[in-house]
Design a protein around this ligand. Sequence first.
Ligand code: FES
Length: 165
Amino acid sequence: MATTTVTIPPSSAALSEVVTLHINRREYRLAVKTNWTLDFVLREQLGLFGTKVGCERGDCGSCTILVGGTPMLACLMLAVECSGLAIETIEGLSQGAELSPLQQRFCEREAFQCGFCTPGFIMAAQGLLNANPHPSMEEVREAFAGHICTCGNLVRVVQAVTGGL
Ligand code: FES
C-alpha cells in the first residue's frame, strides 16, 4: 500500500487526534478534530471532492462511499472512528484515466444529468455489485432507496447497473 503522510494541524489542538486512514489503497496519517465528519475530511482536508455533500444528515445518499466494500454515508461517520477501515471513494474506482466498467456504463447510458448525485449512486451500485454481481432491477432499485436524484434519471441509472434496456 502506498503511504501518503499528510499533517494538518487543526486550529484547536485540544480537540484533535491523529488518525491513520486507508483511502483508495493509500494510507493517510493526519490530525483531525474529534467532531470532523469523514466527508469533511475527504473533501476539505484531502481534496477528494468526488464525494458530494447534500443534506449532511443521512437523507440524500450523495456522500456514499464504500467501507470494506459496503456502502456507507460519510456524513454520518466521524473521521476519528475510521482508523484502520478500508475506505473507497469514487476516485478509487478508476485506474488513472481509465474508468471502471461500472463508471463506463454510466457514461454509455448517459445515466446522469447534472451529475451531483452520480458518485453516490455509483458507489452504492458498486457496493451492491460487490455483494451480488447480477442483481435484478428490483434489487438495484432497493439499493438506491436512500438516494435522491432531483433530475429524475433513475431509469437510466438502474439500466447502467443491470446492463439491461
Ligand atoms: Fe450524506 Fe446526504 S450528505 S446522506
